[in-house]
Design a protein. Structure first.
Length: 203
């Protein structure tokens, strides 16, 4: 039997995607073990949620370190914890070279829009302001660009005339919680290929 893949989750806030991943593992919809949940913010509610779920939760503060110094220390910590994959779940920092090199093609992110539309902050607000009729969420591999790596999975969410930012975010989040564990199941199974920007299921 293949060993269970070991993953770390990085978050900066609420942690509902981290919880969705943890619940998918509990329900045997995803074969993985969360070896660390880490946050750059001590006050992140997701850290408390992780502890309630019985997961090892760590605050990893920036202090006065520069981006690369911080990411090198974080990479060493995650390696030490035994992580093979890193899942960004509402992690609001750009990932720099030392972390990318420690986990090549093994850092995954979820973003609340249909990339390449609306990268960066407040993607749901950007979608509303632009006037698109459809938005959604994207799971992608992380590279050095902002929300720009190869796309693994997407889900479409219609934008309703009655939507405000909170309501659109809520419906996108519902899809995020389904999509992220599904996309991780594909990646962790290893049954995929990356050709250029395309991630496809190996047949
Ligand atoms: C989610 O909507 C996630 O897609 C978004 O932050 C939220 C985190 O919620 N991430 C980004 O915007 C990254 N650019 P959560 O903490 O409840 O999982």
């Amino acid at each position: 039997m293949n060993p269970v893949p070991r993953i770390a989750v990085l978050l900066s806030g609420r942690g509902s995607n981290m919880e969705a991943i943890a619940r998918a593992i509990q329900a045997n919809r995803l074969s993985a073990r969360i070896v660390a949940v880490a946050s750059n913010r001590a006050a992140a509610a997701g850290l408390e949620k992780a502890r309630e779920l019985g997961l090892p939760a760590h605050c990893f503060p920036l202090r006065d370190r520069g981006r690369e110094e911080y990411d090198a220390a974080l990479a060493a910590f995650l390696r030490q914890a035994g992580a093979e994959w890193v899942c960004l779940a509402g992690y609001m920092r750009l990932v720099s070279r030392p972390l990318l090199e420690a986990f090549p093609r093994r850092i995954v992110n979820i973003h609340p829009s249909l990339l390449p539309a609306f990268p960066g902050l407040e993607a749901q607000r950007q979608a509303l302001e632009y006037g698109v009729r459809y938005s959604g969420c994207t799971v992608h591999l992380v590279d050095a660009t902002l929300d720009g790596g190869p796309i693994v999975a997407q889900a479409v969410v219609p934008v309703l005339d009655t939507d405000d930012e909170a309501e659109l975010s809520r419906r996108i989040l519902e899809q995020e919680h389904r999509l992220y564990p599904e996309a991780l199941a594909l990646l962790l199974s290893g049954a995929f290929e990356i050709q250029g920007r395309r991630v496809t299921r190996k047949i």
